[in-house]
Design a protein around this ligand. Sequence first.
Ligand SMILES: C[S@@+](CC[C@H](N)C(=O)[O-])C[C@H]1O[C@@H](n2cnc3c(N)ncnc32)[C@H](O)[C@@H]1O
Length: 347
Amino acid sequence: MLHHNPFLRYMRPGTDHTNPFTGPLADAIQYDYINCHLVQERVNAHGSEILPTYECAASYLVDHLQPFLQERSVVLDLGSGTGIASRMLARVHRGKILGVEQAPAMIEVAQYKFHKSNASEFENKVKELFGGALPERLENYWQEVRAETRSAPIEFIPGDMRNCFLQVSGAYDAAIANHSLHWLRDDWPVFFHNLAAILKKGAPLVWNTASDFVDSAKFPSADYSWRYGTFMERVAEKLLQRGFSVNDWNAIRIPAKTEDEVRQIVEDNGFSCAIQEPILMPKDMRYIIGFYLPLHIAGLLVKKQEIDTIDKLSREITAELVRERSDIFADLEHRFDVNPVFVCLRK
Ligand SMILES: C[S@@+](CC[C@H](N)C(=O)[O-])C[C@H]1O[C@@H](n2cnc3c(N)ncnc32)[C@H](O)[C@@H]1O
């Protein structure tokens, strides 16, 4: 599972952080595979729903966006990936959605999910990649999405969000960006400036980011993120004991900006910007050990190791810690990923 994990690319210190999702089709499929395994509970006024993790985050953005939408609104999904935010948006919005996405393989998966390509050709390709059979959970997830999206008026446009706006020229009514804008952070001023030029006056841009990019004032990363819990501290100690050179566990992926700093950049470039209640995503130990830990170990190790070594280390160290320390899961505070949320209106 780890071999095609697109997230591994950005956990390595010193790697290119501009966009880790531009890998081959196997990586884009792995993105959906990971997503459909990592489910979260979304509670709202109508009850609870168990959603894949990216759908869950996107559902909060859709709630913020919905009051601004009219039947005919044309909405941009920026960094649309495999179409996850578009899926959640299409549940409540019948008007046109335009996904803008840089990675061709992510678009290929999105097109399959939204009935925009030849399904059996795509499925055969996937089976070939995965030794003849699709993992059951992924197959079920895709079927569920495809059943929902049969008539969604959506188009996926290849392009870099920073400069694709000539291709999608026109006046758009709204935009959503689920976990995508942080990849542009060095270019935020020009990006927001360009986006403001193609949105209608008063049009909303609703977006989120994660606690390893932007710190929430209400739930600071240092106090709430799973990254800075005692479990991760003990893992770093175990790596040191094994003779590895290890980066400071307490300084890994410290958020570069505060919410207020982000608001200032957005406001200087064509929008008013309201900081919303952040999304608090609880991550249970199964989630942390199964998904985050190998990525975290890859980030802790100064010298790059083979994926199989990282996988083995993460299993062995977890087993040792559970065996040796009765208090290993006693830190109940650092168990979240915090997602700051911004609602911006084109001035
Ligand atoms: C974490 S994924 C989120 C995808 C999707 N929004 C979702 O909800 O699952 C980030 C996406 O942003 C895309 N992305 C990053 N930088 C981009 C850029 N400059 N232009 C267009 N897409 C970009 C990536 O290729 C990737 O598909």
